[in-house]
Every structure is written in C-alpha cells, then in structure tokens.
Design a protein around this ligand. Structure first.
Ligand code: NAD
Ligand code: DAU
Length: 353
C-alpha cells in the first residue's frame, strides 16, 4: 500500500481516516502516500484537513474530482500509480435521499462502478479495493437479533439501496475479475468534523443555541454508535490484514434509543455550558413527524473482525460523546463557517472556481 487513493477524503469519516493514517504512520506502519479525490459537495470541506498538506508534505495531495467522471478517475490511477483504493465518497444522508434520490444513485452506484472499472483496467486488476459501506443495507431489526455478514440485504431508503447496489458491484468485480476487494459494513459514526445534518452534531449545535431538538416519531428507534476514530482503525486493519473477497461488519456495541442519545447530550451540555437561568435543555426536545420508511433498529454482530483481526472499539459512548461535545464547543469557528455556508465561498477562492 504505497499509493492509496482515498475518495471522499474531505467528508466526515474520510478526513478522520486521512488524519489517522498520516498522524499514526509510525505506530501503524504506514509509509505510503495518499491522494484524496473529492468533488466537494455540500458535505465535503477541505477545512477538515487543515494543516495536513503542510505537515505531511510529499505524502498527501488533494485533487478536486468527481468519481462519476470515468476519464478523470482513470487519469488519476495512472498519474499517481494507485495500488490501493479506500472508497468513502458517497451521498450519505438518508433524509436527503428521500427528498432527492438521483444524486445517490449517481454517486453511490455509478461512481463506485467507475472506480471499479479503473481498478480492473489498471495493474492487471490487482489494485486492492476497500469499499466503505453501511449496516443499513441489511434493513431493520425488531427488538432481538443482530446483523451478521450473512444477513440478507433488505435496504429501506434510496440511500441504503444505493449502498447495497455498490456493495454488490464490488462483490461482483471480485468474483468476476479477481480484484482483491474488502468491504466493511459499519454502524452509525459520530465524532469531530461530522456535518451538522446528522443526529448527534445537529442536536449538539441546536442545544448550544437553545433551538428545538427535533426527534423523529416516538424517539424509540435504536442505533449502534461508534466513535469515528474506532471506525478508521477498523478500516485500516481490514485493508492491511482482511481476507480478500470478504465482508466485515463493524459496530460499537453501543445500542441506544434516539431519545436517550438526545437526553444524554442535553444533560452533558447543561453541566458543561449551562443555559441562562440554568434551564434544562431537555425542554427543547420536540417530537416531530417520523422519517418515511424509518428503520426501527440497527445492531451489528462484529465478532468476525474481533476474532479474525483483533479489532475492538476503544471508546464507549460515555467517553466518545464527551470528546465529541467538547470538540464542537472548542471548534466554534468550524461550526459557524459550516452552518453559514461561508466555507463554500472559501472553497471557490481556494480552487479558483
Ligand atoms: P460525508 O457525507 O460526510 O462525506 C462524503 C464525502 O464524499 C464528501 O466529502 C463529498 O464531497 C464526497 N463526495 C460526494 N459525492 C462525490 C463524488 N461524486 N465524487 C467525489 N467525491 C464525492 O459522508 P461520511 O459520513 O463521511 O461517510 C463516508 C462513507 O462512509 C460513505 O460511503 C457512507 O456510506 C459510509 N458510512 C457512513 C456512516 C456514518 O455514520 N456517517 C456509517 C457507515 C458507513
Ligand atoms: O447506520 C449507518 C448509517 O448511519 C450511515 O450509513 C449513514 O450514512 C448515516 O447518515 C447514518 O444514518 P442514520 O439515518 O441512522 O443517521 P441520522 O444521524 O440521520 O439519524 C440517526 C437517527 O436519528 C435515525 O433514527 C433518525 C433520527 N433523527 C435524525 C435526525 C437528523 C432524528 O430523530 N432527528 C433528526 O433531526
């Protein structure tokens, strides 16, 4: 793994992954270079990687590119002699996929197809291809049971259906063309640099400003939360030592109802930054109309990665959520710019758009 192409590296998990790989190089034995391609959609923010180019000069470069453009993708493989792909780029937000599914089909399916084609046509199909996917492809659970790597695919939203399609393409390219692929299906991530449309950062920022906290339906839907750095470690272990052609589930062993996540955030913020008059932030909770097709419960059996690769999450929800809230408080400049859209004009200036 000398020349790794990271797609979607300016997004939430991709930027945490690039930071992890470069800043932990010595301890994890990574000596190669990273090429980050990202189209810089509303969710892609180069500010997430501030300082990286300077601090790791010669080992990191950014190319603004769309994975839906096959010519650019092929050119990048050749120019940078890519031997490994770690594919994060995607449209990632379920609610957006319900309102406007077309970009999801395009980026998540056609974009993945273009990358696979480039990998097939380059280096005798021996480019290592890691595909970052989601537990949402398995659909919804009732009160019992866990998703295993053998669970049937039953996606509910246009987002999860498009990710399921991309997983199948990756599997097919492994079987048909012998491309050495690995796939990870991970549960809900949280942590620094997450765009504030997702539950946890949205609740933190609204609660800090005293705004309503919209909880869908009865708030009893369950998600399994994983701190983003733990996910990054899992992806790296799979790329390094995962069996080619295999899928690994990744989870946090941290199932919570949404309402409990929101109440935990309120309580922690009340202690860290009390509201005027010490009013409890739980008063801000507002139950709103449910998400159509809302999956009831996700829970991941990740014993395979634990047993085969020795990976297990380091953070509990208790430790991870405290770090996350602190990060959002300490990085008010980042959150203000993201919310104001100011970083979009900053991007225009940076890249002469
Ligand atoms: P994100 O929305 O924060 O970032 C996505 C990135 O992809 C952005 O930088 C965006 O600009 C880029 N991108 C989008 N379309 C592109 C295109 N056509 N060409 C090039 N770049 C493009 O997403 P995230 O939360 O960091 O998720 C990353 C990956 O992990 C996704 O594949 C997602 O399905 C998967 N995943 C996410 C979670 C989670 O909880 N966030 C959990 C499991 C799996
Ligand atoms: O499970 C992995 C998936 O987790 C990833 O593949 C997706 O990319 C990622 O977005 C996430 O999907 P979810 O739909 O689970 O995440 P989201 O943060 O949008 O919502 C988490 C839960 O909170 C879900 O049950 C819906 C609910 N919710 C969400 C928002 C934004 C609310 O109740 N209120 C809200 O305002």
């Amino acid at each position: 793994m000398n020349n790794i192409l990271v797609t979607g590296g300016c997004g939430f998990i991709g930027s945490n992954f690039i930071r992890y790989l470069l800043s932990s190089s010595d301890s994890i034995g990574f000596t190669g270079k990273i090429v980050n391609i990202d189209r810089l959609t509303y969710a892609g923010n180069p500010e997430n990687l501030n300082g990286i180019e300077k601090n790791f000069s010669g080992r990191y470069c950014f190319v603004k590119a769309d994975i839906c453009d096959p010519q650019i993708v092929n050119k990048i493989f050749k120019k940078y002699k890519i031997d490994t792909v770690c594919h994060f780029a995607a449209e990632s937000h379920v609610d957006r996929s319900i309102v406007k599914p077309d970009a999801f089909v395009k980026t998540n399916i056609i974009g993945t197809f273009n990358l696979l084609e480039a990998a097939r046509l380059y280096r005798d199909s021996q480019v290592l291809f890691h595909h970052v996917s989601t537990d949402e492809v398995y659909g919804s659970l009732g009160t019992d049971g866990y998703f295993t790597e053998n669970s049937p695919y039953r996606p509910s939203s246009p987002y999860s259906a498009s990710k399921a399609g991309s997983d199948h393409l990756v599997g097919a390219y492994s079987k048909t063309y012998g491309i050495p692929v690995t796939i990870s299906n991970c549960s809900n991530n949280y942590g620094p640099y997450q765009f504030p449309e997702k539950l946890i950062p949205l609740m933190i920022l609204n609660a800090l400003e005293g705004k309503p906290l919209p909880v869908y339906g009865d708030g009893k839907n369950v998600r399994d939360w994983l701190y983003v750095k733990d996910h990054c470690k899992a992806v790296w272990e799979i790329m390094k030592r995962g069996k080619r052609g295999q899928t690994y589930n990744v989870g946090g062993r941290c199932e919570m109802q949404n309402i409990d996540v929101v109440k935990t955030i309120c309580d922690l913020l009340d202690t860290m930054v009390p509201m005027p008059g010490s009013l409890p932030r739980k008063n801000l909770i507002s139950f709103v109309k449910d998400r159509p097709g809302h999956d009831q419960r996700y829970a991941v059996d990740f014993s395979k990665i634990e047993k085969d690769l020795g990976w297990t999450p380091d953070e509990s929800f208790e430790t991870g959520i405290k770090k996350t809230i602190k990060w959002y408080i300490d990085n008010k400049g980042w959150t203000d710019r993201v919310k104001s859209g100011e970083y979009m004009s900053w991007i225009d200036k940076q890249y002469n758009l």
